[in-house]
Each structure stands twice: as C-alpha cells, then as structure tokens.
Write a protein that binds this ligand. Structure first.
Ligand SMILES: C[S@@+](CC[C@H](N)C(=O)[O-])C[C@H]1O[C@@H](n2cnc3c(N)ncnc32)[C@H](O)[C@@H]1O
Length: 459
C-alpha cells in the first residue's frame, strides 16, 4: 500500500491554497464541499475564484506566497504552474509537518486527492497513488453505476435513528445484524413518507421479534470457485459480507478471502498445507456449535461445495441439529479450467457426455469402473488425479481407449500462474514428470482437448 486512505474532517478548518488559476479552482471546489475555511494566496484570481471570493466562500491574500501564510493552517495545497514556488511550499509545509498536496507532483506531496463517489454521508475514495488515473476512472464508472442513489438517503436515515437504535438494541452485534437485515430487505428506498413509515415499522414496531430473528445463527455453505476471485457469484459475495466467522479450505485463495467482511474472524480448516489437518467430523461439529452460539458462519469451499467438496456431509449434520443453512453453488474446477484453456467439455461431434471423476489413488492405483470410460467421444475430468496419472492412463489404454486420446493437465486453473500441459494417454505422464507442476491440478481426457487453441503446436 503506497498511501493510507483516511478521511479528513475539514469543517471550518483553515486550509491554504497557493495559486489562483484553474488547477487551484478544481481543488478549492472539492474541499469547499467538505466545509473547509479556505484562504487563497495569489497575486491574481481567475473569474470563478473571484466570484467565490465575492460570495464570501473563500478569503484572498493578493500577493505571492510567504512563509507566515502557513501559520494556523491544517492543510496546504500548492496549485501553481511555477515549480520553484511549489517546491518551496512543499518544503516549508514539510518542515512544519503539515499535510501538503502539490497538484500533479506526488513527489512533493504528503497527501494526494482520491477520486470521490459522493453519496453523502456515504463516501468512496479511489486512488491509484497517481499511477493509473485511467483505472481510477474505470473503477469509479463501475461503482457509480452499481451503487443506488437511494443509498445516500438510507445512510442519512440510519444516522438520524442511530441513538434510538442504540437504545432499542443495546447489543452491538444484534444492532448490526438488525440494520443489515433492514438494508437488505429493501423495505424502504426512503423516497416518500410511506417509505419512512415502513422503515420505522421494520426497526421499531416489534424489536423483540427482530432480536429473535438475528439471534439465531445460520450456516452459508458457499462455493468460492476455482481460484479467480472474479468467478465468485454475486450471492457468494453478499454472504461473504454478512458472515461473522469464516471457515475456509486450502483451495480458497488470499484474493478471495480479501473479499470477506473485514471484521469477520477467519479459521483455516483445510486438509493440506497452511496448518494442521482438520478432520471432517471436527468441521461438522464446529459448524453446528458456532451456529448454535448465534453466529452467521460462512463455510467457504473451493469450486462447488457439492462436487468432491464433502458439502453433503456438512449439511447432514446441520439438518440433524436443525440449523438453518443456505448452499450457494460455485464454479467447479472442471468448468473453470475448461473455460480458461478453451476446451469445450462437450461438443456435437467429439463428445456427447462429460464425467467428473475422482482420480485419487490408493497405493498408486486408481480404482474405477474403467470399462465405462473406454469408448470414445466422452470427456472424463479427473479431480485429485495428479498422483494417479500413470495408473489412469494405463487403465484407460488397457480397457480400450485409444492411446492417442488427447489429454490436458491444468495446474492452478483460472489463476494468473495457470499452466496447461497437453499430450495423449501414451505420453502425458512423461511430459508431466519433465515439468515442475503445482497442485491443484485437473486432468481432462477426451477428443475435445484437441479443440484447445494452439493444441497442434503443443502436441
Ligand atoms: C477436493 S477437490 C474439490 C473440488 C471442488 N469442490 C470443485 O468443485 O472444484 C480438489 C480438486 O479439485 C481440483 N481443483 C480445484 N481447483 C482447481 C484449480 N484451480 N485448478 C486445477 N484443479 C483444481 C483439483 O483436482 C483438486 O485436487
């Protein structure tokens, strides 16, 4: 992080702007909206600033900058086209440890101006530390389009009822959950008096019932997809923002965890790496216990929770203990890896069916009904199959599948360091052993692999 974003209360605080031209005007308009008490020092003012001065919105000192102008100032902005003036203002402000912004000169600045989305009192600031203004504009455009205008009214209303909420719901967690339910319920966009009545009714008509609603814990069994955070579903993102506690697997990347509510506690319950092995029964019991304690528990799993994810066992214990739960599907590794390598899993001519199979070996052998996989024009996707690759290929060939059947092995599918190695049943094992390949890996066997862009050059 190059800069730390903080919000500055500028109301009635003296701020100095050096320069009276267009660049200065843009900054002045911004900080005026935050209630700053602005003094402009400059021999000249442009027309718009002259108008602001005449309206009493800013003060003007009609001369060049002098050191004593910094006395009693909270924020300094230097917006002149004269480099030596900008350098001097920056130097003197720094000597006094005053925050200073020199327009278009990050090297001379200790604070920079972010782009702002203003739904006051909701404010979003976006910055690239001066490195990629186009990306800042793009992010702003995306956010502007997705944040409803009525959020501003909701935020104002919640500010107004804040102390009543504190009296009505004295427990902080309970208050947060009731408020979240209110915002999510879409009960009121607060455009009319009727809307306001509906909001009042929701929050204050039957607080006991509301408290009961939120005191019951629940579990969200959520598929986090194969790795690329952009493949999370909207529902997954919503629940990731709602959860109090997150239990996650080794397939859930840091980038995905970054999208979980900041103050939710996190616990790794994977079966590989990162920490001790967690037995499935321990996870099942933990989900039940945490939900009984009134938590919203997010069980975040790689891919889809119901595809080789043991999600079925987890919901069995929830059903047994009558814990409310929701299951959110995720993009399974087969779909993610196939899409990111350009391999269609089915195809009108080349493959009329696809199977997801566990390739997990026992003592180096993979036990499956191999005869079922022998005939051509079907795609077989092996999960957890890297250690059993040799056995998989040998068995398929010995049960009649052509040795020339194309195979793709995809490592870390959908992630920036995805690697794909292709070959056929005869040679893929040797090709893989010649590479250092990291888990997780997925194996796709079938004629469709030959449709992958660039396949002929790779084979
Ligand atoms: C225990 S299974 C979980 C599958 C998961 N529930 C799903 O729907 O994708 C783990 C296996 O999924 C596959 N896998 C998961 N994510 C992957 C990825 N990003 N790239 C390649 N294979 C992946 C690997 O075969 C890995 O051994």
């Amino acid at each position: 992080m190059d800069y730390f974003p903080l919000s500055f209360d500028l109301k009635q605080r003296p701020c100095l702007v050096v320069g009276g031209g267009e660049i200065a005007r843009r900054k002045i308009e911004l900080i005026l909206r935050a209630g700053a008490k602005i003094t402009v020092v400059s021999p000249l003012l442009n027309q718009e600033l002259e108008t602001l001065r005449a309206q009493g919105a800013i003060d003007h000192i009609e001369r060049k900058f002098e050191e004593q102008d910094l006395d009693g100032i909270y924020l300094v902005i230097s917006a002149t086209e004269n480099t030596s003036v900008n350098e001097r203002v920056s130097y003197l402000a720094n000597q006094r440890q005053l925050p200073v912004n020199v327009v278009d000169s990050p090297d001379l600045s200790t604070v920079i101006f972010p782009a702002i989305i203003d739904r006051s009192p909701l404010l979003i600031s976006i910055s690239s530390g001066g490195k990629a203004p186009v990306m800042v504009r793009k992010v702003r455009e995306l956010l502007e389009a997705t944040i409803p205008q009525h959020f501003a009214r909701l935020a104002v209303y919640l500010g107004e009822v804040r102390s009543r909420m504190k009296q009505t719901y004295s427990d902080i967690d309970e208050r947060r959950k009731v408020t979240e339910n209110f915002v999510e319920s879409g009960v009121a966009s607060l455009t009319s008096a009727a809307d306001r009545d509906a909001a009042e009714k929701f929050l204050f008509a039957d607080p006991k019932a509301r408290s009961q609603e939120v005191s019951q814990g629940e579990v969200y069994l959520v598929g986090a997809g194969p790795g690329d955070p952009d493949l999370l579903t909207l529902r997954a993102l919503q629940l990731m923002q709602k959860a109090d506690i997150v239990l996650y697997d080794n397939l859930v990347s840091e980038q995905i965890l970054d999208r979980v509510r900041r103050d939710a506690s996190r616990e790794y319950v994977g079966k590989l790496g990162r920490g001790a092995f967690t037995a499935q029964e321990t996870i099942n019991d933990k989900l039940v216990r945490l939900a009984k304690e009134g938590n919203r528990v997010l069980r975040l799993k790689g891919g889809d929770p119901f595809i080789f994810g043991r999600g079925g066992e987890e919901i069995e214990s929830l059903i047994e203990c009558e814990i409310p739960f929701q299951v959110v599907p995720g993009i399974t590794a087969a779909s993610g890896c196939a899409a990111y390598t350009g391999i269609p899993l089915t195809h009108r001519e080349l493959s009329q069916s696809v199977r997801f199979v566990t390739g997990h070996p026992k003592d180096g052998h993979v036990e499956l009904e191999w005869r079922e996989f022998a005939h051509k024009n079907q795609t077989i996707v092996f999960y957890m199959g890297l250690g059993g690759l040799k056995s998989i290929c040998d068995q398929l060939i010995s049960h009649g599948r052509a040795a020339t059947t194309p195979v793709a092995v995809i490592s870390k599918g959908t992630l920036p360091d995805q690697i794909t190695i292709v070959g056929d049943l005869e040679n893929i094992y040797d090709r893989i052993t010649a590479h250092e390949i990291s888990r997780p890996t997925l194996i796709i066997v079938g004629e469709v692999v030959s449709l992958m862009p660039g396949f002929d050059a790779l084979i």
